[in-house]
Write a protein of this length. Structure first.
Length: 345
């Protein structure tokens, strides 16, 4: 099965809530939606008497992502949906989230399943899993918080970038990112979060995560899966994706970790010197979608195709149209071959 959808609420959607986005995606005939955790600003407050004994999952009107509790002379940050809130705890909540609370997120998850919309969630785009500074700590927290939201939503995947090489050599950055990903994978397991952690390749030379590094990470951190952003890949490799065979090779490397199921970002792209400059509509630039459509139609791949184009849902529908056109052409060719066989007899 091939699914199509936008990375975020459709541009044409009159409302801007996630509920509006899910309904609009369905009305457009699309079957996937990548929710965006753009902001991770937080508010803090002391737990009230009404909060005591409840869990973050059951607090109405807030997305509580962390419970801060005094332990001796130190404070301990507890992240999880099933933590029992105690007197004296401080509750840290998202200042603006993708829903009012976890109760609404579960309702939205049910709505998406009823409408056959596959949900995923993307963490903030400025991440750093290679460093040791405050940004690295915030990045780890954001991925944990994204896991809580995605689990309540019933999303299948939490997608993240990995950050800059910064002051580190590539080998040292790889060690640091690997260590953080192992910690995050184990934390997801410990908290029984169902979404998988997906790592997206990058489109610039100074950003960690060329495609080979993504493959290496998936090999070294079992359970983490690659997210193939073909615009990033095409730009970073100097325009490498030209023919159907180029996409076949890229999917073959990911298949070891995903089976026959792939999660893909696609858009047009402007690039220079091995660096992405900006996304463009798919019809612009030198990254063509038709060869990839031919690639996935030649095998029994299951693909979720997310449009990260500036045209969002319009290019999601364009990709759907191209895939349907390639399929019709293949079916037509098959009919002609059968007719030709009959005539030969």
């Amino acid at each position: 099965m091939i699914r199509f959808g936008p990375s975020g609420i459709p541009l044409s959607c009159k409302g801007r809530t996630l509920r509006d986005g899910i309904e609009d995606v369905h009305n457009l005939g699309l079957t996937a939606l990548e929710a965006q955790l753009v902001r991770v600003n937080t508010n803090e407050r002391f737990a009230t008497d009404d909060d005591v004994g409840k869990t973050p999952a059951t607090i109405p009107g807030e997305l509580v992502v962390e419970v801060i509790r005094e332990k001796g002379k130190k404070e301990e940050g507890l992240i999880g949906l099933d933590i029992k809130i105690e007197k004296g705890d401080v509750l840290r909540s998202l200042a603006s989230g993708i829903a009012r609370d976890y109760i609404e997120l579960k309702e939205l998850g049910r709505l998406a399943r009823d409408l056959d919309i596959e949900m995923s969630l993307h963490t903030p785009y400025y991440m750093d899993l290679a460093g040791t500074d405050q940004l690295s700590g915030k990045s780890v927290d954001s991925i944990k918080w994204g896991g809580l939201l995605a689990d309540a939503l019933g999303a299948e995947l939490v997608i993240t970038h990995l950050g800059l090489y910064g002051q580190y050599a590539k080998k040292d950055a790889m060690k640091r990112v690997t260590s953080n990903l192992r910690m995050l994978r184990d934390w997801y397991k410990k908290n029984r979060l169902t979404p998988k952690l997906g790592i997206e390749n990058s489109g610039r030379q100074e950003v960690f995560g060329d495609y080979e590094e993504i493959v290496t990470l998936c090999r070294n951190v079992k359970g983490v899966v690659p997210v193939l952003n073909f615009a990033h890949m095409h730009a970073r490799e100097g325009g490498s994706l030209r023919e159907k065979e180029d996409f076949v090779k890229a999917l073959a490397k990911a298949k070891k970790f995903t089976g026959d199921r792939f999660y893909v970002h696609f858009s047009g792209v402007e690039h220079e010197g091995g660096n992405e400059q900006r996304y463009t509509p798919i019809k612009k630039g030198d990254l063509r979608f038709e060869p990839f459509a031919e690639c996935i139609m030649d095998d029994s791949y299951q693909v979720t195709l997310i449009s990260s184009s500036p045209l969002l849902e319009h290019d999601a529908m364009y990709m759907k149209m191209i895939v349907e056109r390639v399929l019709a052409r293949k079916l037509g060719k098959g009919v002609q071959e059968v007719k030709g066989g009959k005539e030969a007899r």
